[in-house]
Design a binder for this molecule. Structure first.
Ligand SMILES: Nc1nc2c(ncn2[C@@H]2O[C@H](COP(=O)(O)OP(=O)(O)OP(=O)(O)O)[C@@H](O)[C@H]2O)c(=O)[nH]1
Ligand SMILES: [Mg+2]
Length: 57
């Protein structure tokens, strides 16, 4: 997978904040601290675009 110029858009807490775009969307679901943010960073080849907690539980 090739990702070019990834950026953080928003951490939305209500539907009216959702970004308007026609791009496909991906849902990533998992319990807290299972590695969702780490997975995102790995996929986009960045160390900390998605913030990860320091300690695995
Ligand atoms: N051992 C191990 N630790 C991992 C793995 N993936 C992530 N971690 C660690 O687990 C911790 C939590 O990872 P995060 O990526 O922050 O998890 P998250 O699911 O985004 O957590 P929340 O945002 O709190 O829901 C971090 O300390 C990661 O370094 C893995 O495959 N193996
Ligand atoms: Mg996270």
């Amino acid at each position: 997978m090739q990702v070019k110029n990834p950026k953080f858009e928003i951490s939305a807490v209500s539907p009216k904040q959702y970004p308007k775009s026609n791009l496909p969307e991906i849902v990533l679901v998992g319990k807290s601290n299972v590695g969702k943010s780490s997975f995102v960073n790995t996929m986009i080849n960045r160390k900390a675009l998605a913030r990860t907690s320091s300690e695995p539980r």
